[in-house]
Design a protein around this ligand. Structure first.
Ligand code: NAP
Ligand code: 8YV
Length: 325
């Protein structure tokens, strides 16, 4: 294993959390690139890079342009922007940052749900705009959390943490995954449409993959029904945004709370214009505390790989990738 880590070149394409940058720079030989674009990799650099630390998309062409690449340490638990299958095929390890953000994201999901149902941001604006004085109390909200039945699409680490919180709020809980979670007593639905039909509050925390692409579609939203509330804290790609806009404007569902979008940071104007959409700029994990923990895990994975030959949190696709001597 490499004993002199300061001789190991780690490439950082695009922006990265300041703490990760400082630690990579201290522990390794850090090289920065404007963006993860293979045309920016010079011949001189290509062969020297053994690791990548990134908060951006890493595609197959970028991986292929680095012949001695061993590991991609990705910032975030969702690694849909990294071509992990291609990395696995090339014997390149990919790591993500699970667990350290679970509770923060679950907190945000509950905040988003409550804001969506009880219109807290709108009520605050009412006060700030002087309307409480001029027009009286903010109108009663049509929706309530009381008596709601929640369905979780993606009952994984964050889904479980959301469910725990929903239980404390007195909501009933059901879920849909591809597989039933062993030993979990919540009602399981083998299809997403089946789950939507059984609940009135659908919370998506599923990863962005080919199998979840636009899974929340017109049929699912229709099944959720006219008192339906949809919350997305997972990935924008899991939703057919046009169908969602149509459902919100046509009264097919009551309201939606969204932290993630199909083409971030661009959010369709039609969504912004809808009064029954509560929109956040992808802030699920965005506290100093949690982003520091994510930054540390990015670097700890690199350190573990180059000192022990094993990363802390490999993604499933590359779990079998071994470090060559
Ligand atoms: P996780 O533990 O891997 O959970 C993902 C769950 O989704 C698993 O239970 C999995 O179960 C289910 N799933 C995957 N593909 C599915 C499919 N095609 N159909 C139905 N269920 C499917 O991941 P996590 O740590 O909870 O994170 C989940 C996602 O949240 C991340 O991938 C990321 O995209 C998103 N996220 C967003 C933010 C934010 O800031 N908004 C922050 C962190 C994470 P099965 O394998 O049994 O199907
Ligand atoms: C981050 C996230 O905002 O972890 C994830 O999957 O979506 C968020 O925690 C994102 O990864 C930062 O790039």
């Amino acid at each position: 294993m490499t004993s002199d880590r300061s001789a190991v070149t780690i490439l950082v394409p695009g922006r990265l959390h300041e703490r990760a940058l400082a630690r990579v720079d201290k522990a390794f030989k850090m090289v920065r690139l404007d963006r993860a674009d293979k045309s920016l990799i010079s011949d001189g650099l290509a062969g020297t890079v053994r690791g990548v630390a990134a908060m951006t998309a890493i595609d197959a062409a970028f991986i292929d342009a680095l012949p001695n690449l061993e590991i991609i340490a990705s910032f975030g638990v969702g690694y849909d922007a990294v071509d992990a299958r291609h990395a696995a095929a090339k014997g390149v390890m990919v790591t993500n940052t699970p667990d350290v953000l679970t509770e923060e994201v679950a907190d945000t999901a509950l905040g988003l749900l409550i804001n969506t149902v009880r219109e807290l941001a709108r009520a605050e604006n009412w006060l700030r705009q002087g309307r409480w004085v001029k027009e009286g109390p903010y109108p009663l909200t049509k929706a309530t959390l009381r008596g709601r039945h929640a369905g979780i699409f993606g009952m994984g680490r964050i889904g479980m943490a959301i469910a725990k919180r929903l239980e404390a709020f007195g909501l009933s809980i059901a879920y849909h995954n591809r597989r039933r979670v062993e030993g979990l007593s919540y009602e399981y639905h083998p299809t997403l449409a089946g789950l939507a039909a059984a609940v009135d509050t659908l919370i998506s925390v599923a990863p962005g993959t080919a199998s979840t692409e636009k899974a929340v579609n017109a049929e699912v939203l229709r099944a959720l029904g006219p008192d339906g509330v949809f919350v997305n804290i997972g990935r924008g790609s899991t939703v057919d945004e046009e169908a969602l806009i149509a459902a919100l404007s046509g009264g097919v569902i009551r309201a939606a709370g969204l932290d993630v979008f199909a083409d971030e940071p661009r959010v369709p104007q039609a969504l912004i214009d809808l009064p029954n959409a509560t929109l956040l700029p992808h802030v699920g994990s965005a506290s100093v505390h949690t982003r520091n923990a994510m930054a540390d895990l990015v670097v700890d994975n690199l350190v573990a790989w180059f000192s022990e030959g094993k990363p802390l949190t490999p993604v499933p696709e590359t779990a079998g990738v071994a470090k060559s001597a």
